[in-house]
Design a binder for this molecule. Sequence first.
Ligand SMILES: [Zn+2]
Length: 252
Amino acid sequence: MSELRRAADALRHAGKIVVFTGAGISAESGIPTFRDELTGLWSMYDPQRLETANAFRENPALVWSFYLWRRRQAKEAKPNLAHLLVQSLESSRRQVSVITQNIDDLHERAGSTDIIHLHGSLNVPKCFACHRPAELAPEQFAVPAHGLEKEPPRCERCNGRLRPGVVWFKEDLPVGAWKGALTNARECDVLLSIGTSGVVTPAADIPVIAHSAGATVIHVNLEDVSLEGENEVMLVGKATEVLASLFEAAGI
Ligand SMILES: [Zn+2]
């Protein structure tokens, strides 16, 4: 039986599906992965040097402005066919949850309803001092017109600086998100892993945990990222193209 057929059969018979997504799915909407070189005004910076708490401590305006720019990139992008197909899995007899490593809101905008953001979100800043999430008015997210830098707004509770609500290098994942992801991974029949590099831990453990708990794991990636387990299927290709073939084969 072909890999596609095996994957389609597993998907068709699954009651609980977890869709686990990474940068690869957003890349097809034009959002660069964090390993890509930065463009335009930001091309002189190394992204890894802007995505740390130390960088924010040293130059909060620079880091805040960098994330305003990334948020605008994400806002200008549109959900692609892969996001829409993920949403279309939701039906009365299937329970579908999304666990994403992406900080954009493309799954939300595609209409998915149950989404865990393992690495936080560009849309929910939090206080650097007291960690409370903060709501900002749309104009506060405006990218500065001249120059790169804009001071972050202040926390209403403690007057600390607001920081992007994303997980930076060396930071722990949000506890609630991680616990929820573990529960969903352990309980699902099929884990559909799309566009994840498998190198950013502990997020990369999610497919392993689902597999150990008895789920069939379907990988969709530009490269072979399989762990060579028994209940594992590797579909190599672009997320939009592979998912379109897979869902057609499964009759979804
Ligand atoms: Zn605060």
